[in-house]
Write a protein of this length. Structure first.
Length: 229
């Protein structure tokens, strides 16, 4: 197995989360596309550009906030974040992400933005709803934004969040262009099982790669930290 750095793990987390999005939140992520005229692909690009921009901004803020707490750890983000990612994948794999808190004020804010956006032209609507994606009532999404704080800097927090966002892109794009086809072949329960299985496998792989970091008396910790960062 190749070494897995935190950006690669965040990208994988995006893939895992997008499986849930396709099965459970596909219609919500497609709510901006009320018509499929010649501008559909342009508006799709605007939506995802807005979404990735929002992820990067949230990651930047989260990474900046997390600088001070990480200063109390000897090895900083290099050792803390990878194990937090293992925990995050394990939570999703065991289905515990359904219990993650989803602040109601964020969801209500999203509904107001959606209502206002549907009064605008399709391109502006797509971009605005993409920017509002961090307000979606999604436990794994909030969990990944929280983990961005463990990166130890604003730039690494942005990189982490963007990697996560890029991981969600392939399946979300497929859902937006082929939602009816997918809905007839992959039921939400099937997608959920696939998501959990993939998350558990990823958690095991990450834990295996990080096993040497549990020996804090050896020289393996610094070398592993360098490899992960």
């Amino acid at each position: 197995m190749m070494p897995i750095d935190t950006s690669a793990a965040a990208f994988m987390a995006g893939i895992v989360t997008s499986i849930h999005c396709v099965g459970m939140c596909g219609p919500l992520s497609c709510s901006w596309a009320v018509s499929r005229d010649g501008s559909f692909m342009r508006n799709t690009a605007l939506y995802h550009t807005g979404r990735l921009t929002a992820y990067g901004l949230v990651g930047t803020i989260a990474g900046a906030i997390g600088i001070m707490p990480l200063s109390f750890f000897q090895h900083g983000a290099g050792i803390v974040l990878p194990w937090l990612l293992v925990l995050a994948f394990a939570i999703v794999g065991m289905g515990l992400d359904a219990w993650l808190p989803k602040p109601k004020f964020l969801s209500s804010g999203l509904r107001r933005i959606q209502t206002a956006a549907f009064k605008l032209n399709s391109s502006l609507r797509a971009a605005i709803l993409g920017l509002a994606t961090p307000l979606l009532p999604c436990g794994p999404l909030y969990m990944m934004f929280a983990l961005a704080m463990a990166n130890g800097s604003a730039s690494r927090g942005a990189e982490f969040a963007l990697s996560f966002g890029l991981g969600t892109l392939p399946l979300l794009f497929l859902a937006q262009t082929q939602l009816h086809w997918l809905g007839g072949r992959l039921q939400p329960a099937t997608m959920r099982k696939l998501q959990r299985g993939l998350a558990l496998v990823t958690a095991v792989i990450l834990a295996w790669r990080l096993r040497d970091t549990l020996d804090f008396n050896s020289d393996a910790v610094p070398s592993c930290c360098h490899a992960l960062n």
